[in-house]
Design a protein around this ligand. Structure first.
Ligand code: IVH
Length: 665
């Protein structure tokens, strides 16, 4: 396959995934092709195509936003807040045209709640993109818009127009917004009020890597400058044309004639769809579809006389903060939740709103008693947006010292955002999460005790802690809906079979914060038996390779909790067992202190090569840096090899690697 064919293939996969929501290949296949592309480009920098998917993210942040003058003005729309206002708008237009309103061909589109962007294509290739600004002059945001995967870098046509300006909305889908805010809350950084602010904030970043890491989307709704190849008679034809060029289609567009009843029916349909849409919409845009009629009507002030935005009711309201509760999540994180004077907003009575974390409360300057503005958007959890008026008898919001569920101390790990309950195994709020982790394949591997069954048994109160797994009776499971004696027996058998394990695996299964698989293995190897770990001091734990102060403290805290100790004792009494680690004769570690990187394809499996290097004392890292001592480059090694060469790191090939350690392929 030629380089150009590879570019086209990956772009085709991108289109299927990001525009049609219909993936053609697995992530692994995609990643592999992308790596090959990067390797080809690294070797032949002159070859790199502007349409290559590697060109979406620029290497450097921009210094400033350049101004862009719009050759065709970017207008906005008049608003209508009721059915009557909508109908009146088109009745007026019909009068001017001397026709009846129901003779007008109307095209309705969801009003996407993001920001207007215009994208210029020259001879089919992405050239630059700008914000609306004041309608006449916008800001160049090419670096960020290019990272949006639903924006084609090359239009899908053999006969591209010389110039085409595609206008539309950049927005953040609801799921991406929730994910972004969850992450921000965890890291105690700023959470966004709504998807629109998140999208606008992302487009206005200097560094394109930020935009690339967030899931923005683009949907076109019109064209600006256009040097014709096709003649259009209808707006909806323009949309079809843009879709054929590779853009996303706005879902739920309808064509109908402009009668009062038709507008009424359309509004109802869109309002009932609203919450189920993957993106936020704040209304419906109604447009006269016929372009000649649009031209005949023209514009008034800064908006067209042939289109109107029917807005949905406001989603903000003002109410009073009555108090703050602290909810303990499945992972033990305490989240402050605002208790509000109930208020009706966007069709629902709201009495709770999330406050995310303590830093958010500080940022809002919020105290109990204050008047606050809240925002409810679709099925998204309502949020407190700002303090409107401070109360005279305001009370500060304080994180409780003990967990409201299990009364264990609450702690904040240094360098981390969240406050957590330290009850871990004994805290009922965390039970299901801990049990699922404990039983999972990588931990105790209780094959027939899956997530669903755990949830059921947990909700029935049969499983409260991980120790309860060993108390499950046949009828506990057999009496559940959809379970019989046979499947229940299978569960009990797999619990029994899982009892013989390894010390490191058991330690990882306990789910002590910061103690993962690798750390557990090292700790087991170092201390050899459980009692030694249970009584280890912070200083002793710090001696274990790769164990830092956060992990060491977490282990000490965990075993200092008497309830945790009791649960561990119950489990061992129930028969969970392992062979203690043996004292091994010290093995020579010629690579101690070195960092190696494996890349490309080798005839020895990657994990074996890794294990070998580790047994000789090396650390095996996933990426190349100045600190890397050696890179082993197999066949088709790509960007890591290039990086190593750039940094002057020692590189050996597979044959040299095998020879160095006396292996044969
Ligand atoms: S048409 C000449 N269609 O709403 C008018 N706008 O105030 C061109 N918007 O700035 C706009 N969805 O950012 C149009 N389907 C849609 C839209 C839409 C969202 C935004 C757009 C515009 C604002 C109008």
């Amino acid at each position: 396959m030629t380089y150009q064919q590879l570019v086209e293939r990956i772009n085709l996969w991108n289109h299927a995934y990001y525009v049609l929501d219909n993936p053609l290949v697995s992530d692994a296949e995609y990643d592999q092709a992308f790596q090959v592309l990067l390797a080809l480009e690294a070797e032949n920098p002159d070859l790199v195509s502007p349409a290559s998917p590697s060109q979406r993210v620029g290497a450097k942040p921009i210094d400033e936003f350049k101004k862009v003058e719009h050759s065709v003005k970017m207008l906005s729309l008049a608003n209508a807040f009721s059915l009557q206002e909508t109908y009146d708008f088109f009745e007026k237009a019909a009068k001017e045209l001397d026709v009846s309103p129901s003779a007008l061909a109307i095209f309705s589109e969801p009003k996407l709640d993001g920001l207007a962007i215009t994208i210029h294509y020259d001879n089919g290739l992405f050239s630059h993109a700008a914000t609306r600004g004041d309608g006449q002059i916008g800001e160049d945001v090419t670096h960020n818009i290019k990272t949006i995967k639903s924006v084609p870098l090359k239009l899908d046509t053999d006969t591209p127009p010389e110039k085409l300006e595609v206008r539309g909305e950049v927005f953040m889908p609801k799921a991406a917004f929730e994910k972004l805010n969850r992450l921000a809350a965890q890291q105690n950084s700023k959470v966004f009020v709504n998807p629109r602010n998140a999208a606008a904030g992302t487009v206005r970043q200097m560094n394109p890597k930020i935009a690339a890491a967030r899931d923005l989307q683009f949907i076109p709704y019109s064209v600006g400058e256009y040097q014709n190849k096709h003649e259009f008679t209808r707006h909806s034809e323009i949309i079809d044309y843009l879709v054929s060029l590779g853009f996303r289609r706005n879902p739920h567009c309808y064509a109908f004639s402009g009668s009062f009843d038709a507008f009424a029916e359309n509004y109802q349909r869109m309002e009932s769809l609203r919450d189920s849409l993957p993106m936020e919409i704040d209304g419906i845009v109604y447009k006269i579809d016929d372009l000649a009629t649009q031209n005949a009507l023209g514009f008034i002030a800064r908006s067209p006389k042939w289109a109107v935005a029917r807005k949905f009711p406001a989603q903000q309201a003002i109410t009073q903060l009555l108090g703050v509760d602290f909810q303990v999540g499945r992972t033990g994180v305490l989240t402050p939740v605002a208790r509000l004077e109930p208020v009706f907003v966007a069709g629902v009575t709201v009495s709770n709103a999330t406050l995310h974390n303590m830093d958010e409360i500080e940022r809002l300057g919020l105290c109990i008693g204050d008047s606050v503005e809240i925002q409810r958007a679709g099925d998204v959890i309502p949020k407190v947006v700002k303090v409107v008026e401070q109360s005279e008898q305001r009370l500060p919001i304080i994180m409780p010292a003990r967990c409201p569920v299990c009364d264990s101390p609450v702690a904040r790990t240094e360098g981390q955002a969240a406050f957590r309950c330290t009850g871990w195994l004994c805290c009922a709020a965390q039970g299901a999460e801990r049990i699922e982790h404990y039983a999972s394949r990588r931990c105790m591997n209780i094959v027939n005790l899956g997530t669903k069954l755990i949830e059921l048994l947990y909700n029935k109160g049969i499983l409260k802690t991980i120790a309860d797994i060993y108390k499950i009776q046949l009828h506990d499971i057999a009496s559940l809906e959809g379970q019989g004696e046979k499947s229940a027996q299978n569960v009990l058998d797999s619990i029994e079979a899982s009892k013989t394990t390894k010390l490191g695996t058991f330690l990882a299964a306990l789910g002590i914060p910061e103690v993962g698989e690798g750390g557990s293995k090292n700790i087991a190897k170092y201390f050899k038996n459980l009692p030694a770990i249970q009584s280890a001091s912070f200083e002793e734990l710090m001696q274990v390779p790769d164990v830092g102060p956060v992990t060491a403290k977490s282990i000490v805290d965990f075993f200092q909790n008497a309830k945790n100790q009791a649960i561990v004792a119950d489990i061992i009494n129930a028969g969970v067992n392992w062979e203690d680690e043996q004292h091994e004769p010290a093995q020579a570690q010629p690579l101690a202190g070195q960092t190696w990187v494996l890349t490309g394809t080798m005839s020895v499996p990657r994990h074996e090569a890794k294990a070998l290097l580790e047994s000789l004392g090396a650390k095996v890292a996933g990426s190349v840096s100045k600190k890397t001592d050696c890179v082993v480059a197999g066949a088709e090694a790509g960007s890591k090899l290039a990086k190593a060469e750039e940094l002057g790191v020692r590189v050996i090939n597979e044959a040299e690697f095998l020879a160095e350690f006396n292996l044969s392929s």
